[in-house]
Every structure is written in structure tokens, then in C-alpha cells.
Design a protein around this ligand. Sequence first.
Ligand code: HEM
Length: 422
Amino acid sequence: MADLMEIMMSEPPEEPVILDVPAPDYVPRNLIRDLRNFQGQRPNTCPEPYAHTERLRADDIPPVMWSPFPATWITGGNWVLTQYKDCAKLYQDSKTFGSHGQADFQKLIGETFKCIPLSFDGPEHMAYRRFLNPYFTQKAVGEMDADIRALCDEMIDDFLAKGGGDFAYDFARVFPVKVFFNLMGFPHSILEQFLSWEYEILHTRDFARMGAGVAAVLDWLRTFIHEKEAHPDDGLSSKIVNGSIDGRPLTDDEKIGTMFFLWLGGLDTVASTLGQMYRRLALDHTLQQRLREHPELITGAIEEFLRMQPLVNSFRQLKTDLTLHGVQMKEGDWVQALTAVSNFDPDTFKCPRDFDPERKANRHFTLASGAHLCLGAHLARQEMKIALEHWLKRVPMFSIADGDDMTVLPGLLSVTNLHLTW
Ligand code: HEM
């Protein structure tokens, strides 16, 4: 049998090749595949960075497969689902699919608190959402609108003064993070440090580096929590750490669990989407012109950007044995919804590979679905909408600078640099 760690260090293959590596004995050997290319781990330079995921829809590819590689502290491999209806079940049937701490990176360093709200199901999860939802409603986001627009304009001024610039690095990477900092009451002086810790945790795939990043963030957040307990201000962090859930104060584990998960969710998700959005617009002047002439299409366009550029392939843990497409899965197995495929399912989306800002009922999974629907969804959409409205209003038709690197990682890391000119 091949050595799994050795394969993990190698370049992901283009094809979903069968791997001869250890797996639980009930996993059919032909389902054990190298799917890293489809999980966003192989960079490409295509105008449509997700076009290759069509391969997993071919007749010779099973709808359920087994990925043997460790994902964070989930070390034993996991099932992978590609069809829309199966992914919908994963998100919506929480009696079968438990949200059991898939993003609890802190387990890497032996911490025992859980991420809130993602690592809970049922009534506990609902209590946490009831506590957090009011700060993320459309109305609450609406109250931030003027400040977000002012920040966006200020950042565009710099680009206009320079006549171009690195959109991904100097705008997308920073704009949503500054909005999030203003919401949470974090000092802007820590911005670069936060982004570098976050890179270590989410993007290195090196468990030692990930653990060191987590330790540093938790240390910083715990000091910040103590400070806000002693000296509350108007920021959301103060409201969280001095708040109450169902009439009682939060425990220390709940405070750090909430702060850490908001930190993880709020930093580079919008940044990655923006990077890919502007790459697409810079390459497709017809689309750019259409949105300039018809700003009323921007809201629908945002949903298409989200659908066609999914970042997260969510995990769940089976609470019971399950047979799917004739494949027997066991209680305790981890299962991943491959949004990079299911968002292009033709049974749900007509002409799924076409970008259509007028698409009706665009129920993609980029912001998840069911009880764990992204808490920051309104904020994310509003940030993207404001960025697009202001750029299209103020910046002439833009293109990618000659000789610029066109590389995209079709997942969270997305586009690192994107030099625009006009
Ligand atoms: C385009 C941007 C974003 C994307 C693509 C995204 C994606 C997601 C996805 C897929 C989930 C569900 C994970 C799962 O069920 O396993 C999720 C949940 C969550 N997101 Fe986002 N997110 C984005 C922006 C944000 C922002 C800006 C914040 C915070 C300020 C945020 C906070 C959260 C939280 C707290 C949850 C957990 C919800 C729960 O468990 O009930 N997200 N997000």
C-alpha cells in the first residue's frame, strides 16, 4: 500500500484517481480517491476556475467517494458527496448529520472548548443563534451601511490616485476585515498580525504551524476578552463577553468559543469571494458593461458570484449508519458536501456553468443551508454589493494588467494578487 503522508505532500493529480491506501474495511476500494483537485487544493489559471469540477459529474464517477486524507484534527478520512440533493440532506437533516466540531482547530493544541455556534446542533445551537442573530440581521447590517460605503470610497480613492493597483491584496484582503474589526471593536493595529495567524491556521495544511497560529490567536483573544469584561465599550465583542444566554452569563468556554469562531468566519471569506469576483469582471468586459448599465442586476449577480465561486466544502459527522447510493456508511464517519460540484448540478440549476445575474431561485450552498446557514450572510452580501456598486460607479472599465499572474485556488485561498488597470 502507498504511504498516505507521502501522497499528501505531492501535487494533487488532475483526475480523481483511485488510491491504494488504508481505509476502514467497509469502504469499497474503488471509492478511495484523490479528490484534492476538487476540494480546492490544486491551483489553476482558467477563466472559469471551477470548470474542472464537471469531471466529477461524469458517468464513470461514483456520486459518493472516500477521501483518505486527514482534514485538521479529523484524521481518518471522510466520505465526499457531490450531488445537490445529497448535499441538501447533509445540511438540512441534522438528525442524521451532526455538526460536531469540524472547525474546532483548537483541538490541535488540546483545547476543549467548542466553536460557537457551529459545533452545536438542536436546542443548544438555537440558543446560541438567538443570542448572536440580532447583531447580524439585515437591519443591523443596514445600520453599518454608511460606514461601509465611506470606507469603500476611501479605499477606492487610493486606487484612483494610483491609476490601478493590486485589487486582491490591497482591497479585497483588507476591506471586509476592516468592516469586521469595526463591528467587533478590534484595534486596527493588529490587522496584519491577525491575517498572518489566519493564514497559518487555514492555509498551510501543516498541523504544527496551524497549532501555533491557534495558540497565538487564543492568547490574544483571551486578553482582549478580559479587557472588555473590565472596560466594556460599544463593540460587538463587549456585548458578547458581557451578554447573557437564556438569562445567564456566558461561561469562559462560551466566550472564547464564540469569539474564536467569529474570528475564523469573519476574516477572509468575503476577501476570497471579492478576489474571484473582480478577476471574473476584469476578464469578462461584457458582464462588467452589463452590470454598469444595469445596476439593478447587482443583487442577482452577487448570488451568481457566490454560486460559481464556492469556498467552503462543509463537514458533518454521521449520528447513525446510513446507506446512500448503495454505499454503507457508519455512525461516526465524517462526510463532506462538495459544494464545488453540487452548486453546478443541472437538476437544480439550468445551464449551471453560465453566469446569469437574472437566475431565479438561486439556492446555492456557498453560504450553507439549514440551521447553520452562515450567520454573516447579510453582512457578506452587503459588503460585496457595496464594493461592486462603488467600483462600477467610480472606476472605468478595468482589466487585468499585462503579465499578471492568473493563478486561482478554487477555494478559501482564492486569488492572492490581482493587478487591475484601466
Ligand atoms: C462570502 C463570505 C462567506 C462565506 C462563503 C461563508 C460561508 C459559510 C458557510 C459555508 C457556513 C456553514 C458551515 C457549515 O455548516 O459547516 C458558514 C457559517 C458561519 N459563518 Fe459564514 N461565510 C461568509 C462570511 C461570513 C462572515 C463575514 C461572518 C462573520 C462576520 C461569518 C460567520 C459565520 C458563522 C458564525 C457561521 C456559523 C453559523 C452556525 O453554525 O449557525 N461568515 N459560513
